[in-house]
Write a protein that binds this ligand. Structure first.
Ligand code: 1CP
Length: 387
């Protein structure tokens, strides 16, 4: 495997010629011993020669090659077929040359594997046939044993890792976000029933969140053992809470997850949308990296978190739909604000389905060209920014 002048692992040449039918044609690549991938060094808060880049939701809906696979199998069928799930995991690495792959799965998949009647409905998202709203309902959520209930996930990780010359990120849903799907029965804008249970039935809430934390721990441990080199906890919708509520009702379960995988020694990323006021608490859960959405300037996030925590983010995903000149300027601004120490370039949330893969590819190239030797912008008062 070649190391480029900027120190990154080279793209796997053979990846670009591989089809699903001939996965055995791939050769195995990895970083030479002692040459730890950029992503992992950035996660550890180190100064890197170039900012690493990947995109949340980089696999999937925006890629034509994913849509081709989807014609043959639905989302959960893909996830349960290791060859297909690994193929879809590798697609964005080939096309975009990002610095990391992310496992192709869904945060709700372990719930389905743990006894919940759950379907991914087109245009809606996860829909739960019988929502969990009482202690009796909670009994339907069985303990989750990855080897028994979802062995295809670890197998997907093993296949993908064998093909990759860069890290694979594993993931799990955060406790608030999964609780919300279970309680609401599907996606919700207000998360009203969820917060109703949280405030009104704190003991039931605590039992539910601890059960979800245990599912996340089991799932993440299995992914890491199979070869995932970093993990991300997506507590996407937790930004609906204020800091007091997060601290009292979610932080204990989030801590349980982070400490439950600490001994495995892989970097742990914690992400949620709309979490500007929660950033220090997301870090306090035990994260090495905090994902920042597009609303918070990175230097502001840095000021809130201190130098010990690495940052991931935070381009507005809608900018990928803008003309290239507009997009390029904003990519540079994110690089300027984030600097080269403990910063991983990403969007502030997932890739929008209507995004052109070409825009993502150009962002990666731009980060490669401009993501070297940058000092982070110091946090400044808003007055000084002229607003
Ligand atoms: O059939 C399809 O193709 C439907 C679209 C789709 C895809 C491609 C869903 C349904 N899930 C996925 C895969 C998926 N989900 C991945 C792998 C792709 C990648 O990252 O490269 C990942 C990481 C997820 C994680 C996920 N699922 C999150 C956290 C990330 C985020 O965007 O905040 C959440 C909230 C979900 C739930 C979910 N699953 C699917 C949809 C449409 C949703 C969101 C529903 C909602 O708005 O509440």
């Amino acid at each position: 495997m070649g190391i480029t002048s900027d120190g990154s692992c080279r793209a796997v040449r053979s990846l670009s010629v591989v089809s699903i039918e001939s996965p055995a044609g791939l050769s195995t690549h990895g970083c030479d011993a002692g040459d730890e991938p950029l992503l992992l060094r950035a996660c550890r808060g180190e100064h890197v020669e170039r900012v690493p880049v990947w995109f949340m939701r980089q696999a999937g809906r925006s890629l034509p090659e994913y849509r081709d696979v989807r014609k043959r199998a639905d989302l959960f069928e893909i996830c349960r077929t290791p060859e297909l799930a690994a193929e879809v995991t590798l697609q964005p690495v080939r096309r975009l040359d990002v610095d990391a792959a992310i496992l192709f799965s869904d945060i709700t998949l372990p719930l389905a594997a743990a006894g919940i009647d759950l379907a991914i409905v087109a245009g809606v998202g996860p829909v739960i046939a019988e929502p969990i709203r009482s202690a009796a309902d909670l009994r339907r959520l069985r303990p989750f044993d990855p080897d028994r209930d979802a062995p295809y996930v670890a197998e997907t990780v093993r296949i993908a890792v064998a093909e990759l010359d860069r890290p694979l990120i594993g993931f799990a849903g955060g406790p608030f976000t999964l609780a919300s799907y279970l309680i609401e029965g599907g996606p919700s804008k207000t998360h009203a029933r969820t917060r109703q249970m949280m405030y009104g039935e704190p003991l039931l809430w605590r039992r539910l969140l601890d059960a979800l934390a245990d599912i996340a721990i089991a799932s993440l441990r299995s992914q890491i053992t199979a070869g995932a080199q970093a993990v991300q906890i997506f507590d996407s919708w937790v930004g609906v809470l204020n800091p007091d509520s997060y601290r009292d009702f979610v932080l204990p379960s989030a801590r349980r997850i982070f400490s439950g995988i600490a001994d495995l020694g892989v970097p742990r990323i914690h992400f949620g949308v709309g979490t500007g006021e929660l950033l220090p608490l997301l870090a306090a859960a035990g994260a090495d990296v905090v994902g920042v959405d597009w609303r918070v300037p990175l230097e502001r996030a840095r000021a809130r978190l201190g130098a010990e925590i690495a940052l991931q983010g935070n381009l507005d995903p809608a900018l990928c739909l803008a003309p290239w000149e507009v997009l390029a300027e904003r990519v540079t601004a994110v690089l300027d604000r984030g600097g080269n120490t403990g910063h991983i370039f990403n969007l502030g949330h997932g890739v929008l389905p209507e995004t052109s893969p070409d825009a993502l590819r150009r962002i990666v190239e731009h980060v490669r060209e401009h993501g070297a030797s940058r000092q982070a912008t110091a946090d400044v008062e808003w007055d000084a920014l002229g607003v």
